[in-house]
Design a protein. Structure first.
Length: 94
């Protein structure tokens, strides 16, 4: 499975039949702004729900101890908040 890059998404947006035609540079700006908005909401602890696509939400991981498989040394990892994504039922593969 090949990854889709931001550049490829912008190119596809520019080539699509939108009611307002845009070029690839504008499409890239739009994608960047959407990512910034999602990250700002995440930093404030908010959920971002895009109906028909999925939900981005903050997930808190507790502090824990991990061990290196090579050396066996135990190391402590601090608690952190991560961004998770849950696909909507419309987008999930069967």
């Amino acid at each position: 499975m090949k990854n889709v890059t931001k550049k490829e998404l912008a190119r596809d947006m520019a080539d699509s039949d939108l009611s307002i035609p845009i070029n690839q540079a504008v499409a890239t700006e739009m994608i960047d702004e959407l990512i910034n908005i999602i990250l700002n909401k995440y930093r404030k602890g908010r959920r971002i729900e895009l109906r028909g696509f999925g939900t981005f939400y903050p997930y808190k991981r507790s502090a824990r101890a991990i061990s290196s498989p090579v050396t066996g040394a135990i190391k402590k990892v601090k608690a952190c908040t991560m961004l998770k994504f849950r696909a909507s039922k419309d987008t999930q593969r069967t």
